[in-house]
Design a protein around this ligand. Structure first.
Ligand SMILES: [Zn+2]
Length: 249
């Protein structure tokens, strides 16, 4: 008698088996419909700005399963006036892709606009519509770009364009600015801040900056400056290394 009872307990009936299958299928369906990942966009002027300004944060978001797409306005050809344009473009694209791989980004795209004429070119070549389309289709939760008081005119131009476009498409995202050259001036700002603990991704940030090998002179000053800024931001907010952004929309 006992043996029979045990057998009955172990073997599920046909109806139980089919119930299990249904539940499994339902769960699979739920998973498929809920796989839409959070999307973060980054717009910048040159192809090392995103890692200098937000590399640790972007790497942290990708580690959390978010998708990060970066759009670079120029190829940065003015940094090598003695080289042929094709050589610079090839080098800088390869370097930015290597950097994007280090932070596990979902893609890096170059708009190929001429440095010093972003505002003029963006209108003339229809790039404003293209950026509007990108933002409308991607539906990001956050966008990162340059600050409006950055001393570099191309950085300020990107800030102006992205502020205009996000307002025009009524993006429901949070728009944050990062700083490249005005490390210390940003202190006096009175805007909501986003402070990100980048202790676990700081190494990726440094490696992604170093991936821009052709920027030898910039790297000499940028690496120590990145350490200094990340440590000071960290001390101010009780982390080892931190990045700080200002909300601008
Ligand atoms: Zn730049």
């Amino acid at each position: 008698m006992t043996k029979v009872k045990q057998k009955v307990k172990k073997k599920p009936s046909k109806s139980e088996k089919s119930k299990k299958k249904v539940v499994k299928t339902k769960l699979e369906n739920v998973n498929i419909s809920e796989t839409k990942k959070e999307i973060i966009l980054c717009f910048c002027a040159h192809n090392d700005d995103q890692v200098i300004g937000a590399g640790g944060t972007l790497a942290k978001y990708t580690a959390e399963g978010k998708e990060v797409y970066t759009y670079i306005f120029s190829y940065g050809e003015s940094s090598h006036p003695h080289l042929h344009r094709e050589v610079i473009v090839k080098t800088r694209v390869a370097e930015s892709q290597a950097a994007d791989k280090i932070i596990s980004g979902s893609g890096i795209f170059h708009l190929g606009l001429k440095e010093g004429s972003f505002i003029k070119e963006i209108e003339e070549r229809g790039f404003k519509e293209r950026i509007k389309k990108i933002i409308s289709e991607k539906k990001p939760t956050k966008i990162f770009t340059h600050s409006q008081d950055d001393p570099h005119p191309d950085h300020r131009a990107v800030n102006k364009i992205i502020r205009e476009v996000t307002a025009q498409v009524r993006c429901k995202c949070d728009l944050f600015s990062f700083d490249i050259w005005n490390f210390w001036l940003a202190k006096g700002r009175r805007r909501p801040m986003l402070v990100v603990d980048i202790t676990t991704t700081f190494d990726q940030k440094i490696r992604a900056i170093k991936a821009h090998k052709s920027q030898k002179m910039a790297l000499i000053t940028m690496i120590p400056a990145t350490y200094a800024r990340s440590i000071i931001n960290g001390l101010n907010h009780h982390y080892r290394y931190a990045e700080v952004f200002y909300k601008i929309n």
